[in-house]
Design a protein around this ligand. Structure first.
Ligand SMILES: N[C@@H](CCC(=O)N[C@@H](CS)C(=O)NCC(=O)O)C(=O)O
Length: 218
């Protein structure tokens, strides 16, 4: 049984959706980041950066959603392409889809998530306080949507088959309304988003640790 420490945010939903997709047993611990639960010593012992999500699996405590996703997909042997046994044994690196899943997971962790997080901060929660920041992050948000739209031009999923790359990106796009994004301007993102939204595991994982709203649909 995996313990999941989470809240109803894109980073939290990345992990709950993945756990649902993998069919792994887990129990949920709600960490109310609005009330400061993330600063409690018992949570800091698991997640020293005072951020959700975090998991405990046996002796292993993990923070950082990207690391958690890699761990869970590796443990289950699904949603992350495998390096061949000979590659792993000989430390040979070949240009296969494993590396492209890594590439887009890192894109989400280092770019999409942090930038859209700033867009939420300035455009949704602090509108009018910093026109410069609003303009900067909205422009960056459109740039990132453009990059994703181009990537999805000739693909059903971000890398060949449905993978943790899609699951990492999708919950951030689910906040398109917060970001003042009209998905009609990004038709490939819209098609991909709507397709993934219909998955039962996505519908379930979105509602962890509690129901806030239905999955937003354009
Ligand atoms: N890089 C981290 C970011 C996690 C993160 O920013 N979590 C937010 C919620 S989405 C949080 O816990 N915020 C609490 C705080 O800012 O104190 C990850 O991907 O896990």
């Amino acid at each position: 049984m995996i313990d999941l420490y989470t809240w109803a945010t894109p980073n939290g939903r990345k992990v709950s959706i993945l756990l649902e997709e993998l069919g792994l047993d887990y129990q949920v611990h709600a960490v109310d980041i609005g009330k400061g639960d993330q600063f409690k010593p018992e949570f800091l012992a698991i997640s020293p950066n005072n951020r959700i999500p975090a998991i405990i699996d046996g002796d292993l405590a993990l923070m950082e959603s990207g690391a958690i996703m890699l761990y869970l997909a590796t443990k289950a042997g699904r949603l992350l392409p495998k390096l061949s046994a000979s590659e792993a044994a000989q430390s040979i690196v070949q240009p296969n889809s494993y590396w492209h899943v890594m590439e887009w997971l890192m894109w989400q962790m280092g770019g999409l998530g942090p930038m859209l997080g700033q867009t939420h901060h300035f455009l949704k929660y602090n509108q009018g306080k910093s026109p410069y920041a609003e303009e900067r992050y909205l422009k960056e948000t459109h740039r990132l949507y453009g990059v994703l739209d181009k990537r999805l031009e000739d693909k059903a999923y971000i890398v060949d088959e449905y993978s943790i790359a899609d699951i990492a990106v999708w919950p951030w796009i689910s906040r398109f309304e917060w970001q003042t994004i009209d998905l009609d301007a990004y038709p490939n993102v819209k098609r991909w988003y709507c397709d993934i939204a219909t998955r039962p595991a996505v519908q379930m994982g979105y509602q962890v640790p509690m129901y806030i709203n239905d999955v937003p649909m354009p």
